[in-house]
Design a protein around this ligand. Structure first.
Ligand code: MN
Length: 134
């Protein structure tokens, strides 16, 4: 079974690009475009990893990460923030909210997969397109 990534991102272009890259690397991608929908999808599908935009309608990324951190089961899912915020202190805020890591926008399609795979739980890495199962 393919590892499942939940992508919470309100910008259609970014969502399309990230989703395309991940699917191409052998992941199943589920998308949500706002925080409320994102949280209900986390509860419903329990993804292997969450890619989280910070600037989102309804509920921002910090609020989403904090809410998931309060849930004993869901807090085990690694959250990786994907954001263009680069102000001093933002990285700390993101980590304080409960994220495992941070990838800066604009994303680099050549390195994105290897960057986010650092945060995947052991054994959850996709076999990848064109790679053998061995
Ligand atoms: Mn956004």
């Amino acid at each position: 079974m393919k590892p499942t990534i939940l992508l919470i991102e309100d910008n259609e272009k970014n969502a399309y690009l990230i989703s395309f890259i991940l699917k191409n690397s052998g992941y199943r991608v589920v998308e949500a475009m706002d925080g409320k929908t994102g949280i209900s999808m986390v509860r419903e599908i329990v993804p292997d990893l969450i890619l989280l935009d910070i600037q989102l309608p309804v509920m921002d990324g910090y609020a989403i990460a904090r809410e998931l951190a309060r849930d004993q089961k869901l807090k085990k899912i690694p959250i990786v923030a994907v954001t263009s915020y680069a102000m001093p202190g933002d990285r700390e805020r993101i980590m304080d909210a409960g994220c495992a890591g941070y990838i800066e926008k604009p994303i680099n399609p050549a390195t994105f997969v290897s960057e986010f795979e650092k945060y995947l739980p052991a054994g959850k890495k996709a076999a990848g397109k064109g790679e053998s199962d061995g």
